[in-house]
Each structure stands twice: as C-alpha cells, then as structure tokens.
Design a protein around this ligand. Structure first.
Ligand code: HAM
Length: 430
C-alpha cells in the first residue's frame, strides 16, 4: 500500500485469494500437461465438449448432492440480474449430463464419449494444492455399463500420468455396488452409526449420506468408524462379478491398483466402480484425479435412465506432482531462429523474411526497435533459439547471411533465398 502526497492511497492489485494462475515459463508446462493428458482420450475416441462456467444452482444441488461439502459449503452461488440463482461450476459431470440431455446427445450411438478441460470453482480454505479456482481435465462415457469401459476410463488417466513421466502415484479402487448392495450396506451402516456419539450436525449429515462418515477427518469420528461395515462386504453376486471383471481388465493391460474399501468420493452421484489416483509427494492434497460410475445421475437430472462413468484430473496437482518428481522443464519454449536486424533497411527486409519463415512453419523470433548488436545478441541467447542470424546493410548487398548454430557456435554462409531450405535441413540433422 502506498500513500501519495495528495493523500491518494494506491494499492497494487492482487489475484483473488486462493486462485491458481500460470505465467511463463510454468504456463508452458500447464499447456503440455493438458495436451498430454488429452492424447490417450483421443486415441479412445473421446470428443471435446465446451460448456458454460456457470449453471443453474439446482443442477449441482440435485446432481452432486446436498450432503457433500462441495454443495453445502463450497459453492460460489449468486443471483444474476434476472433474479436466477447461478453457481460457478464446482465440477464437470453434472454440466455434461445437462448438455447431453438438453441436446439429445444420448439418442444416437452409445456410449457418448466426451472430454472437457477448464476452470472449476470451490470456496475451500486455500492451501498448497487446494485452490478456489482450479483446473481439471475430465472425460465422461455415457450410456453403456460394461466393465471394460470402466477399465478403459481408468487406463486413459493412468496412461496420461505415465506419459508425463509420473511414477510416485497409486490407483485406489473400490466398488459401491448396485442399488441392492448399497441398500443392504446402508441399513447395516446406519445401525452402526446410531450407536456412535455424534454432534447434531454430523448426525444430520450422516442421515443424508451415511458413507460421508468414512471421509470425516476428525479423530473421534475415525476411531468410532473403525469397525463400521464396509460396502465391499455387502456386494451382491452381480456387483461382485462386475467388480472382478473390472479388475481382470485392468490386470490384462498391466495397470496396478490397490483395492481400498474405505475410500469415499466427495460427490454423491457415484455407484459401482470408483477410483482415485493418489500421489505421494503432495502432502495433504494428494488426490491428483478421481472418478467413477454414476448410475441414476442422468435420470435425477431429468434424462433417460442411462449409466455413465468418467474422471476429473486436477491439472494444478499434476503440475505440483511433476515438480515434486523433478519432471518440470523450466523453459519449454522452442525457437528455430532468432533474427537480429541492424539498420532501417534491414529491419524492413527481415520483417518480410521472418513472416515468410513463420508461414512455412518455423518458430522465429526477432529483436525489436533499434537495439545495439550486443543487446540484440543477448536477447537471441536468452530466447534459447537453435540458430541466429544477423542481417545488416552488408548482408542485404551480398544477399547472404551467416547462420549460427547456438549450441556449437558453428556458422554457415547461406543465401537469403536458400534460408528456409537450409534451416529445414539443419533442423532435421539435430
Ligand atoms: P473430484 O474428485 O471432486 O471429482 O475432483 C477431481 C480432481 O480435481 C481431484 O482429484 C483433484 O485433483 C482436483 N481438485 C478438486 N478440488 C480441487 C481444488 N480445490 N484445488 C485443486 N484441485 C482440486 C470430480 O470433480 C468429478 N466430477 C470427477 C468425475 C468425472 N467423476 C465422474 N466423472
């Protein structure tokens, strides 16, 4: 904060509390992470969907569930100018289902396979790896209930992490079973909970979704939940064989996992297969991605009774995980050529040459303004360009320049007309 002599108090603007943002050089890693995570989804036939960042509040209260922290405590909800209740999307699945229903995407070939990426919003207490605006890459496969599809979805996330070079993560897997299995487990769990000592708020929360108590971090709750009945022990034969088939499919393609029967996802729509990828280098916010199957969500939102499965991967945490494993590259920018031009005439000519080279697909940077040679060469060095060239009056007259390989220091005389061809040949040799 600064007070000027005339009494005006000026303060420097800062980003709102708890948002994640990316600027060079780290923003290059951000883009690479997204593109890499998308690649296995493209190979499996998923198509992009771009959705609004805000939706009707009710989409999330109904879709995600009122017992969840996400809905009860963390939504950015406001009234728009027309008096409608609007919420910044805290997650992607409900919006995708809304769009699938609204645009009849589920009336053609099934499954509908979609992917999305972008910012999501949860008013959480900010800490390392937990932000109020964060980024996800997600996929959803809607309309088919097949254990191979569950394994495919998990494999896409796994492959994406692997392609980024990540090693120190574990896939936690469980099944929440079908509705019959969940019903049997629910009544056993409720009888267990009735005997527990709980405050009023927790009891109300448990009444909405008793599974939530598995996720309660307070020690007094955790100790009372030690002997609580586990859903995996209540799976009926259909659910059991379904879960076995998912595991068999994962084994057949070499994807390691740990069955974790106490895992509870933070959203209420899950049924059947659920999973989370946990990284060991991130402290408390260790979930780098998670997802699962959601029977019933589509019907709850007014659509057909179709099942779906998907995941959301936390881009911010994936980046932190890469940094924890020493996988980030500080400068990912790639430049073929840096052009230094000296004098007005050379600047005019090189502007045209640079434009031609860029149109041919080369990444070309240049010095701007009337910079002295020394400063311009410094900029060339900093750019990390593979080659540099200086163009001045002498080069214009002779029609030939010296192309300098910045790694070896070696220079080659090249005519301006052969520049593109030489650059292409030399790049191929690298
Ligand atoms: P989720 O587990 O709530 O699932 O979020 C997915 C991932 O987003 C988490 O594993 C984490 O990496 C990241 N994430 C969540 N909250 C934050 C935060 N405050 N700051 C940074 N990263 C965060 C879903 O959102 C589901 N829609 C996933 C899904 C798709 N399930 C089925 N289809």
């Amino acid at each position: 904060m600064e007070t000027r002599r005339d009494g005006w108090v000026s303060s420097q603007f800062q980003a709102p509390k708890g948002v994640s943002e990316y600027f060079p050089p780290r923003s290059n890693l951000f883009e690479r992470v997204i593109q890499t995570l998308i690649s296995p989804a493209l190979a499996a036939g998923y198509e992009p969907i771009e959705l609004p960042i805000f939706e009707d509040t009710e989409l999330f209260t109904r879709g995600v569930g009122e017992s969840t922290d996400v809905v009860s405590k963390e939504m950015y909800t406001f009234e728009d100018r027309g008096g409608r209740s609007i919420t910044l999307r805290p997650e992607g699945t409900a919006g995708v289902m809304r769009a699938v229903i609204e645009h009849n995407l589920d009336r053609g070939q099934l499954p509908v396979k979609l992917y999305y990426k972008g910012p999501f919003f949860r008013a959480e207490r900010p800490q390392a790896g937990r932000y109020r605006q964060f980024y996800q890459f997600g996929i959803e496969a809607i309309g088919i209930n097949d254990p191979q599809l569950d394994a495919e979805v998990i494999a896409i996330a796994y492959l994406g992490y692997k392609r980024l070079g990540l090693k120190n993560f574990v896939l936690h897997l469980t099944s929440l079973g079908d509705s019959e299995s969940r019903k049997a487990h629910r009544s056993a769990l409720i009888s267990h909970i009735e005997k527990m000592h709980l405050d009023e708020e927790t009891r109300l929360r448990a009444a909405k979704n008793p599974l939530r108590l598995f996720d309660d971090k307070r020690r007094e709750i955790q100790s009372q939940m030690q002997g609580a009945p586990l859903l995996l022990d209540y799976l009926n034969d259909v659910s059991k064989s379904n879960f076995a088939a998912v595991q068999k499919a994962l084994q057949s393609i070499g994807i390691p996992y740990e069955v974790n029967p106490r895992m509870v996802r933070g959203l209420d729509y899950y049924t059947g297969t659920t999973f989370e990828f946990v990284h060991s280098g991130l402290g408390a916010q260790s979930g780098i991605g998670g997802g699962g199957r959601y029977d019933g969500l589509m019907e709850t939102l007014g659509g057909q009774d179709l099942s779906g499965i998907g995941f959301g991967l936390g881009i911010d945490r994936v980046i932190l995980a890469m940094e924890a494993e020493g996988l980030s590259i500080s400068n990912e920018r790639y430049t073929d050529l840096f052009v230094v031009s000296l004098g007005e005439k050379a600047r005019e000519e090189s502007f045209v040459i640079i434009n031609q080279l860029r149109n041919q697909g080369f990444v070309v940077e240049q010095s701007y303004g009337d910079r002295a040679l020394k400063g311009a060469m410094k900029a060339a060095d900093k750019s990390g360009a593979r080659f540099t060239m200086v163009i001045g009056d002498a080069e214009l007259t002779s029609g030939s320049i010296e192309l300098k390989n910045m790694a070896t220091g070696e220079t080659t005389s090249v005519t301006l007309s052969a520049l593109a061809q030489t650059l292409a040949e030399k790049s191929r040799q690298l």
